[in-house]
Design a protein around this ligand. Structure first.
Ligand code: ADP
Length: 162
């Protein structure tokens, strides 16, 4: 059995919710590749290099976790790396519609690849990168939402944007 899964996303920036999911995924799949999307259609606060760096820092010391950059379709990335499982997170019912559409689209594109949904601990089920950026802009303390190494980077970005 292939024990590798890919967890794709924007991670703009990585949150404690993402990390919770990565930990859960490694318990099932031994090797988890966190794939950071270099996605030009989505406007992000952080460059793909910064997002990659933040994830590498945040997952340092976590066994079986690798962080990579990818461009284009997740299914193409998975195929090229002989991976048959895509991990996605489901926080709320509101995630469901989009995630369901994407999973079925990916299935149509690649029948041999399954999307597996994991739920975070309920204490992270409201967290999103977008929300964190919004409250950070309003000077909220975000230290209970993102890893320590990310707090400073977000605050720096906020002062640049203001
Ligand atoms: P994308 O732009 O691809 O949605 P994100 O970085 O926002 O990338 O999210 C990547 C994946 O992680 C998505 O499946 C999303 O639902 C999931 N996710 C994001 N935040 C959380 C969280 N707090 N708990 C669990 N899953 C999450």
């Amino acid at each position: 059995m292939n024990k590798t899964a890919v967890y794709p996303g924007s991670f703009d920036p990585v949150t404690l919710g993402h990390l919770d999911l990565i930990k859960r995924a490694t318990r099932i799949y031994g090797r988890v590749i966190v794939a950071v999307a270099n996605n030009s259609t989505k406007s992000s606060w952080f460059s793909v290099e910064e997002r990659l760096e933040m994830l590498k820092e945040a997952t340092r010391g976590m066994d079986g976790v690798e962080v990579e950059l990818f461009e284009g379709l997740v299914v193409d990335y998975a195929r090229a790396n002989n991976i048959h499982v895509i991990i996605r997170g489901l926080r709320m019912i509101s995630d469901f519609e989009y995630e369901f559409q994407m999973a079925l689209t990916n299935r149509r594109l690649a029948e041999d690849i399954e999307t597996v949904f994991l739920m975070p601990s309920e204490k992270y089920s409201f967290l999103s990168s977008t929300l964190i950026k919004e409250v950070a802009m309003l000077n909220a303390d975000i230290s209970s939402f993102v890893p320590d190494s990310v707090v400073m980077r977000v605050n720096k970005k906020v002062s640049k944007l203001k």
